[in-house]
Design a binder for this molecule. Sequence first.
Ligand code: ZN
Length: 141
Amino acid sequence: MKYSKATLYGFLLSTAPSTVYASDPTGLYVLFVGFPAILLAITNIFIATKSPKYALILSVFLTCSLYFLIIWSSDVGYMDREGGYLILSCLLVGVSIAIAFINIMNKKQESWRPNYNWICSVCGVTNKKDTVKCNNCGNEI
Ligand SMILES: [Zn+2]
């Protein structure tokens, strides 16, 4: 079958606007706003497990952008129909902040452990490295 250029261009012109300017743009909103917001929040959770401080900075930016997105979406009316995406991504950002804080606390506890054998200042017993409390009297280094 052969098509002339005119019919091809005509076909493209007639179909392209109907896909770009859909009668109900809610699908486009989910595709370009709701889905990326959730993807970014999930990515931030993975970053929080690896480098929690970087994830905390990112979650500040994410929270700001979600704040403005929610204001805009409620103005335009998307919040009533597909607001669940933004609320879910808000919850996921909260989860990533919690994970980041837990990881930072754990790393601090590890860094406090001495890397050398130390002598207790109360009883004078030599304790092995990586121990924070004295084996003899329980005194902390
Ligand atoms: Zn001691």
